[in-house]
Design a binder for this molecule. Structure first.
Ligand code: 5AD
Ligand code: SF4
Length: 475
């Protein structure tokens, strides 16, 4: 339906930065097909949810949304489920929410134009054939179609793509939402198989992009005026350049440094790291290349080696602390953030106490903590989820309270220092501007003169909270 700008779509994204970036690819693809993005479900012909299945709560969100807006099906709106829940549940989604017309996993976004055409063709056809009951199952998008009369929904299209190829989920078009800071995927999927984690089953096996293609995209972004790049992957540290050229291959640390050396690029971030693959060469790169941000997100999950074993994390507490020691020996002070899971099957009070003592020992700048949630297909689903939800909630609260104290102390240290921030937003109600420091802290500040969005400005820190800093623009 290229050229027809009357078709509108609404897209809501759940989950991680990979999903946020995937949504930019979906928007780019839809816009290139003549669709127009709208801000509300009410205005849209096509309602899309890019979903996350990391925890049960995340998965439920999409079904709640679908139920909330089911009433609009009668007005002819079409509903599509994209992302990790689509990949995980596949056609089962049509059973749970029969008003859904499209189920497309992240490996199939390059096939979206074909799927959209199928959707539109059936729409036209069904308008002609009064009260027609059709089911179209396109298992490999656009390749084969089957129609079964006599089912509830008019159209059913499934695109799950092929997660087992060496290809990354690249699409021809990407509509980046921020004109200054942009994501680049360097590796897809995950081969680690932590016992609680659904990602290897939703995003498939690890596939790295060539460093040439990553660098070409980064240079193109720098030419367009982007100054901050965030390299993305479920496990960026296991990046392996598939380039065949001898000498042309780059390790992750080399790729990181090469992106940091691109003229015009002022900040490079990367996420997520896995402690097992996190090499000292990454710290060497941060030391050597000033544009590489002084922040590392290194999910630990638990402070207890016994739990780390049960989670199949492939490192122990000491090895994790060794990596922390490398970071603490770096030339610049590196801000360290992490993810934690509480209430994994078999976690005792003493295991939990080790997680708390790890907080004290490391001094994280932020902790994202979650209650264990059993996920389909994962090895740990066979373990009894014996810790009651109230106990998981209690542990989570204790952990966050302890971390809040640590962060309060850590953030206070910045008072009186001057930090460079990229100007990212404005809070009219508070009369403040918002920026982010190189160590990824939010710094809200007042300014006597209006700062320009996307510019890097010095801000003197005048106050602190557990999660943000307060300051004044230095003029
Ligand atoms: N239950 C709870 N938290 C989980 N995470 C991943 N899988 C689960 C699960 N089954 C958390 C981990 C991971 C973060 C992205 O989500 O801490 O690092
Ligand atoms: Fe959620 Fe994981 Fe999918 Fe990201 S990759 S959206 S965290 S399930």
């Amino acid at each position: 339906m290229s050229g027809d700008s009357s078709k509108t779509f609404y897209l809501e994204t759940f989950g991680c930065q990979m999903n946020v970036h995937d949504s930019e690819k979906v928007v780019g693809t839809l816009v290139s097909e003549g669709y127009r993005q709208v801000e509300t479900v009410e205005e849209a012909d096509l309602v899309l949810y890019n979903t996350c299945s990391i925890r049960d709560k995340a998965e439920q969100k999409v079904f709640n949304r679908l139920n909330d807006y089911k009433k609009y099906q009668k007005q002819g709106k079409k509903f599509g489920v994209l992302g990790c829940v689509a990949q995980q549940e596949g056609e089962k989604i049509f059973e749970r929410a029969p008003w859904v017309s499209l189920v497309a996993g992240s490996a199939s976004y390059r096939n979206l134009p074909g799927m959209l055409k199928q959707l539109e063709e059936v729409e036209v056809e069904s308008a002609q054939v009064e009260k027609a009951r059709l089911e179209i199952a396109i298992l490999e998008a656009g390749k084969s179609a089957s129609r079964k009369p006599g089912v509830e929904s008019l159209v059913r299209i499934t695109g799950l793509g092929d997660r087992e190829t060496d290809e990354c989920f690249e699409t021809e078009f990407t509509a980046r939402t921020n004109p200054h800071r942009g994501y680049i995927t360097i590796i897809e999927g995950c081969d680690k198989f932590c016992s609680y984690c659904v990602v290897p089953y939703t995003r498939g096996k690890e596939r790295s992009r060539t460093s040439d293609s990553v660098l070409a995209e980064a240079r193109q972004m720098a030419d367009l005026g982007y100054t901050e790049i965030q390299l993305l992957g479920q496990n960026v540290n296991s990046y392996k350049d598939p380039a065949r050229k001898p000498g042309g291959k780059k390790s992750f640390a080399e790729l990181l440094a090469a992106v940091g050396d691109i003229p015009g690029i002022r900040r490079v971030r990367f996420t997520t790291s896995h402690p097992r693959d996190f090499g000292r060469d990454i710290i060497d790169a941060i030391d050597a290349v000033p544009t590489l941000c002084d922040h590392v997100h290194l999910p630990v999950q638990s402070g207890s080696t016994r739990m780390l074993d049960a989670m199949q994390r492939l490192y122990n507490r000491e090895q994790y602390l060794e990596r922390i020691a490398w970071m603490k020996a770096a030339k610049r002070e590196i801000s360290i953030t992490t993810d934690m899971i509480v209430g994994f099957p078999g976690e005792t009070e003493s295991d939990f106490a080790e997680t708390l003592s790890l907080l004290d020992e490391v001094g994280f700048d932020a902790v994202f903590a979650f209650k264990y949630s059993p996920r389909p297909n994962t090895p740990s689903i066979s373990l009894e989820d014996a810790i009651p939800d109230e106990e998981k909630a209690r542990r989570l609260e204790v952990l966050m309270a302890r971390q809040r104290e640590i962060q309060t102390r850590r953030y206070k240290k910045y008072i009186g220092t001057t930090c460079e921030v990229m100007v990212e937003g404005r809070n009219e109600a508070r009369g403040q501007w918002m920026g982010r420091t190189s160590h990824n802290k939010t710094l809200n500040f007042t300014a006597a003169t209006t700062p320009t969005m996307g510019r890097y400005v010095p801000v003197i820190v005048t106050g602190s909270f557990p999660n943000s800093l307060l300051g004044e623009l230095v003029v």
